[in-house]
Design a protein around this ligand. Structure first.
Ligand code: PEP
Length: 253
């Protein structure tokens, strides 16, 4: 079975002390996860090492970076490399979040480089894709998201692509309180799985976890996650509230 994942994206929120308390409260509140379930916390860079310590090797709980640079090393002041993440034992990295695509002009080509670097260090990229509202209104969201995958993931071989987690996050649903309906989520996830199957074969497509992101909350997680091609969620706002995120974790298949 594919991994069912609840991934928290803290973005640029919480002081170190508040984040530590939040992480500990949630980790202590997680019941037994099955071997197919995972909980991931994408925390700000300065908290990565300490957060990794505080989860204390709890099975199926991981700390993720929210970004990495697309070059290996060098004169890139303020940036963080994949080697740096690897050197402190980080196993996941969010790649291509829509906020980074928009505010930092990250291109599909750069994201392909980030994916390659992550995989070269056995760091799982949580690759974000998703369409803006105008594309949804035009009804061309399937081809738009397909191109994001095509440009940043489809150079990989079948073995490598199975190591990527995809997060479908319609931009109009991120931080807006406007969730895609479970049908809309399922439709896109099924489309992406079909595209993966066409390119890499059905067996590979059936292995790739595809998370939904966009205003997931405790109250709507169960319905969204119950869709056959939705393998959990990438969660922003609601991941900052322990009771909400615990409810989201308990909604995993
Ligand atoms: C996100 O940042 O990836 C996200 C989905 O945010 P929110 O849950 O707040 O919409």
């Amino acid at each position: 079975m594919r991994k069912q994942i609840a991934a928290a994206n803290w973005k640029m929120n919480k002081t170190f002390q508040d984040g530590k308390e939040l992480l500990e409260t949630i980790v202590n509140g997680i019941g037994n996860l099955s071997s197919d379930q995972q909980v991931i916390f994408a925390v700000p860079f300065p908290y990565l090492m300490e957060s990794n310590k505080s989860i204390n090797n709890k099975p199926n709980v991981f700390i993720s970076a929210q970004n990495c640079h697309h070059k290996t090393a060098g004169a890139f002041t303020g940036e963080v490399s994949v080697d740096m993440l690897d050197s402190i034992g980080i196993k996941y990295c969010v790649v291509g979040h829509s906020e980074r695509r928009e505010y930092f002009h990250e291109s599909n080509a750069e994201l392909a480089e980030k994916v390659n670097l992550c995989l070269s260090k056995s760091i799982t990229p949580i690759f974000c894709c998703g369409e803006p509202l105008n594309i949804r209104e035009e009804g061309i969201q399937n081809s738009f998201v397909e191109k994001q995958l095509n440009d940043s993931l489809f150079h990989l071989d079948a073995e490598a692509v199975q190591k990527v987690v995809i997060a479908y996050e319609p931009i109009w649903a991120i931080g807006t309180g406007k969730t895609a309906t479970s049908d809309q989520a399922q439709e896109m996830h099924a489309h992406l799985r079909t595209v993966l199957a066409q390119k890499f074969g059905k067996q590979v497509a059936d292995h790739v976890s595809i998370l939904y992101g966009g205003s997931v909350k405790g109250a709507n997680a169960k319905e969204i996650f119950s869709q056959p091609d939705v393998d959990g969620g990438l969660v922003g706002g609601a991941s900052l509230i322990s009771a909400e995120f615990l409810q989201i974790i308990s909604a995993l298949k």
